[in-house]
Design a protein around this ligand. Structure first.
Ligand code: SF4
Ligand code: SF4
Length: 216
C-alpha cells in the first residue's frame, strides 16, 4: 500500500519515544540521579532516549576507552617503584603529533645510559589519544588512561604532564583494563617459562653417579 513504509517508519519513532517514558517508570521512587541509573540506561538493555546528568551521573567507560597515556611502574619487594619504561624512545618516535619527549638517565660515573627515564613529558593539549605509543611500546610501559576529567583553568601551567603526574602502579592498570592486563601477564609468564626451559636445555647434564672426575 502506498505510504505504508512511511507509517511503519513513524511507528518506530513513536515506539522509541514512548519507551523513553516507560523506562522512566522503572525509576519512580528512586533517587533522581544515581550511578546505578546511569549504568542501566546506558547499557544494551536500555530502551528509549536518555540523558546522563553529568557530573552527578557518568556513563560506564568501556575497557578499550582511551584518553591520555600513563606510565606503569611495578612495585618492588620493599615497595619501591620500578619503572617499566626503559626510555627507548619508540613511543616518542611513533607519536604522530610529536607530543612526547624523554630525557634519558646516564650513569654519572661512566656516562653510559641507564634504562630508565630521568624525565618523561607529554603535552596533553597536543595528544590526540590515538594510542599508538601504547601499541608500539615493547615493554608494556605506557598505556591509555580512562581519566578524562583533566579540565583546568590554567592549562599553560598544568597541561604538560611530567613523569610523576604520568606514573601509575601496575595495579591501577589492572583495575581499569583487567582483560588486557590478564592477557599481557599470561603472555609474560609464558615467555619467561619458555626462556627458563631454553636455558635449562642448554645446561650440560650433571655427570652420572660413579662417573665423576677421579682425584689423583
Ligand atoms: S614508554 Fe615504552 S616505548 Fe616509550 S620510551 Fe618507555 S619503554 Fe620506550
Ligand atoms: S596517544 Fe597518540 S598522540 Fe597521544 S602521546 Fe600517544 S602516540 Fe602521541
Amino acid at each position: 500500500m502506498v505510504g505504508w513504509e512511511i507509517i511503519r517508519g513513524l511507528g518506530v519513532t513513536f515506539k522509541h519515544f514512548a519507551e523513553t517514558y516507560f523506562d522512566d517508570l522503572k525509576w519512580l521512587g528512586k533517587p533522581r540521579y544515581s550511578q546505578e541509573r546511569a549504568a542501566a540506561r546506558s547499557s544494551l538493555d536500555s530502551r528509549g532516549a536518555f540523558t546522563v546528568q553529568y557530573p552527578e551521573e557518568k556513563l560506564v567507560i568501556p575497557e578499550e576507552f582511551r584518553y591520555i597515556p600513563f606510565l606503569i611502574y611495578d612495585e618492588g619487594p620493599d615497595g619501591e617503584k620500578i619503572d617499566r619504561c626503559t626510555s627507548c624512545g619508540i613511543c616518542a618516535k611513533v607519536c604522530p603529533p610529536q607530543c612526547i619527549w624523554i630525557v634519558r638517565t646516564n650513569d654519572p660515573v661512566t656516562g653510559r645510559p641507564i634504562p630508565e627515564p630521568a624525565e618523561f613529558y607529554i603535552d596533553v593539549d597536543i595528544c590526540m589519544n590515538c594510542g599508538l605509543c601504547a601499541e608500539f611500546c615493547p615493554f608494556d610501559a605506557i598505556k591509555m588512561d580512562h581519566d578524562f576529567e583533566i579540565a583546568t583553568t590554567n592549562r599553560m601551567a598544568t597541561d604538560i604532564f611530567d613523569k610523576q603526574r604520568l606514573s601509575q602502579p601496575a595495579s591501577y592498570y589492572a583495575s581499569i583494563r583487567p582483560t588486557n592486563f590478564a592477557a599481557e601477564e599470561k603472555a609474560r609468564r609464558e615467555k619467561e617459562a619458555a626462556k627458563a626451559a631454553a636455558a635449562a636445555a642448554k645446561r650440560p647434564a650433571p655427570p652420572a653417579p660413579g662417573k665423576g672426575p677421579v682425584a689423583g
